[in-house]
Design a protein around this ligand. Structure first.
Ligand SMILES: NC(=O)c1ccc[n+]([C@@H]2O[C@H](COP(=O)([O-])OP(=O)(O)OC[C@H]3O[C@@H](n4cnc5c(N)ncnc54)[C@H](O)[C@@H]3O)[C@@H](O)[C@H]2O)c1
Length: 361
């Protein structure tokens, strides 16, 4: 009798847990230690991919990382490269054969193009669609569980915050190219759910909300906190897009990785969608974030140096005015709880940035 993908993954988890029977009945934290999975990570040389790979290896799992270095860096892989359980393959996931010889138990798909603020919407739409098709085909062929990194941006302009997993996805007009990123992720989510319905693909969609921390790209590709840290370290005016009154929540990368780990190993995560982010009470304006970062880096200064960039300078651009997750579902179903507050996380990130800058100079 042919097992479906969920059954196959559940049996693999049970078998691994049974290898360490003393851990049976313990909390999920211990299950991670008990299992030995081989996890394929696309986008492994990127920010979240490198942090996730490091964590998986520290828990005793094997990792096969793939990246084409279009955004990720070789230095991001420094801490994992020599690990005996880490294998790296330089591959372009848009190529139909990219995953042909890659085996594992689960595949975390992180490789992606992002908001085309300064880049090309055609790349974001075309490459993200090609990659998800190749990844889904591979997972179906080899009966792998797929964990897909989606984004908070899929909720778009929905004015009703906080966003929960069943909230409407509200896009702006197609003439605004920034929506290309959200549309590419919505397409991927729909594609994955359709592959589940038609072929039994086993999946989890993790909608990540603004993650930050060590190894993040220092440009806008990495997000506002990256650019603000660079600005404050160089004592150059921090660029604020729009008025700065738009709000966000920020999640330290260890908490983001913890959420993704739970999506990989917890059977209850199968065929579900989860927001992975911070509590509603951590919502702050972009202006407050810029001020906090400036004061942490330049405590003797009275006021931060700021430079306001009107949205019109990006052409036809729209921003999301409030982006706040409801994380009730992942907390109650998977036991997720973000642990690192913004100030603590920013201090760690700034320390890393200073060290990385010193090493490169
Ligand atoms: N960082 C965040 O706050 C955040 C928020 C929401 C969603 N996400 C999603 O999480 C995932 C990881 O984000 P990140 O911040 O680590 O991004 P990142 O840009 O640092 O990492 C993505 C990696 O994918 C690689 N890549 C891109 N195209 C590729 C291709 N064709 N073949 C092989 N590799 C390719 C890049 O080189 C890069 O290393 C992305 O899917 C992103 O959309 C991130």
């Amino acid at each position: 009798m042919e097992l479906d993908m969920d059954e196959r993954f559940a049996i693999r988890l049970r078998r691994e847990v049974l290898r360490a029977p003393e851990r049976l009945g313990d909390a999920i934290e211990l299950d991670w230690q008990a299992m030995k999975l081989r996890v394929i990570v696309t986008g492994a040389a990127g920010f979240i991919g490198s942090n996730l790979s490091e964590k998986l290896l520290s828990l005793g799992h094997e990792v096969v990382g793939l990246d084409n270095f279009i955004r990720g860096t070789r230095s991001n892989l420094q801490s994992v490269n020599e690990h005996e359980n880490f294998q790296f393959l330089e591959r372009d996931l848009c190529e139909i054969t990219a995953l042909d010889d890659v085996e594992g138990d689960a595949l975390v798909h992180l490789a992606s193009y992002k908001i085309p603020r300064y880049t090309d919407a055609l790349d974001t739409l075309g490459f993200n669609a090609l990659m998800v098709k190749n990844v889904v085909d591979h997972c179906l062929k080899h009966k792998l569980k797929l964990i897909f990194a989606s984004t908070s941006d899929v909720y778009g302009k929905n004015p009703s915050v906080p966003f929960h997993e069943g909230s409407d996805l509200v896009m702006g007009p197609v003439t605004v190219k920034r929506w290309a990123y959200a549309v590419s992720k919505i397409f991927a989510e729909q594609y994955i759910l359709a592959a589940h319905a038609k072929h039994g693909l086993s999946f989890t969609v993790a909608r990540l909300f603004g993650s930050y921390g060590p190894r993040q790209n220092p440009t806008w590709w990495g997000g506002p906190q990256s650019v603000f840290i660079e600005g404050a370290l160089n004592r150059s005016p921090i660029e604020i897009h729009g008025t700065g009154n738009q709000t966000r929540t920020f999640t330290y990368v260890d908490d983001t990785v913890d959420g993704i780990l739970r999506c990989i190993v917890d059977q209850k995560a199968c065929n579900e969608i989860f927001n992975v982010g911070s509590e509603i009470c951590s919502e702050i304006t972009i202006l407050q974030l810029a001020t906090e970062i400036w004061r942490l880096i330049n405590p003797a200064d009275g006021e931060p140096l700021l430079k306001f960039i009107p949205y019109s300078s990006f052409g036809n651009y729209e921003d999301v005015m409030r982006r706040v997750p409801d994380i009730t579902k992942i907390k109650s179903m998977l036991g997720y709880k973000p642990k690192i507050g913004l100030r603590e996380g920013l201090i760690k990130t700034i320390d890393w940035r200073k060290t990385a800058t010193a090493q490169n100079s």
